[in-house]
Design a binder for this molecule. Structure first.
Ligand SMILES: [Zn+2]
Length: 88
């Protein structure tokens, strides 16, 4: 199976080339659309490895769930306050 590389993080293009940078004795990925270039990487897996982006995405997913729970609890409280005040 051929590993698919991720899109360019800047312009979302899939037009990425990988080439050997002899000066720095490593492989680099370069976006042919916007010119963004990676540091030296060993293979496509390194291009796809974006720990900060992955961590932020996970944090974002966690916060969305937390927000849904809080919205639900807020609605419960608001609802009970409305019904509670009618009986006073
Ligand atoms: Zn790009």
């Amino acid at each position: 199976m051929i590993e698919q590389h991720k899109r360019c993080p800047f312009c979302k293009s899939r037009n990425i080339i990988f080439y050997v940078d002899a000066l720095h004795s490593g492989t680099k990925g370069k976006c042919e659309n916007c010119g963004a270039t990676s540091g030296c990487i060993d293979n496509v897996w390194n291009w796809n490895s974006r720990p900060i982006e992955d961590a932020l995405r996970a944090e974002n997913d966690r916060l969305k769930i937390e927000n849904e729970v809080l919205e639900y609890k807020y609605a419960e409280i608001t609802c009970s306050m409305q019904f509670g005040s009618e009986h006073d």
